[in-house]
Design a protein around this ligand. Structure first.
Ligand SMILES: [Zn+2]
Length: 126
């Protein structure tokens, strides 16, 4: 299972973005994960929970939103574009194995929501 490594990388990137934005806490992380990465959604969630529990992190308690992306390929022989799963990559139209994956290998952070603390309390004598 390589989900722990994936999640470690995701959380590093998320925390860096959050810090750069002046946030003190991450509220929500939205990810797109291609099925061809072989990452399993449940394992990603499990890894996230383990990582956000076991050490001090800005991601503690954050909501994790995962979109699994169905693989799509284009056939180099006949130009057919089609969706498929991890195991059936060949062109369903002509049977060619010369295909080019156009979706399903992504591993990207779509968005994060953070909490930015109020720096200045309401000034009384402004
Ligand atoms: Zn084809």
């Amino acid at each position: 299972m390589h989900e722990l490594g994936i999640m470690t990388g995701v959380m590093d990137a998320v925390e860096k973005s959050a810090r750069d934005a002046g946030a003190d806490r991450v509220l929500k992380i939205s990810l797109s994960v291609g099925v061809m990465t072989e990452a399993i959604e449940d394992s990603l969630r499990f890894a996230f929970e383990a990582l956000s529990e076991s050490e001090y992190t800005m991601c503690k308690g954050a909501e994790l939103d995962i979109t699994m992306v169905t693989p799509r390929s284009i056939c180099s022989e006949c130009g057919h574009e089609y969706a498929h799963d991890r195991y059936h990559v060949a062109c369903p139209q002509c049977g060619s194995g010369l295909t080019h994956i156009i979706a399903g290998k992504e591993l990207q952070i779509d968005s994060i929501e953070v909490n930015i603390p109020d720096e200045d309390d309401e000034p009384e004598n402004a």
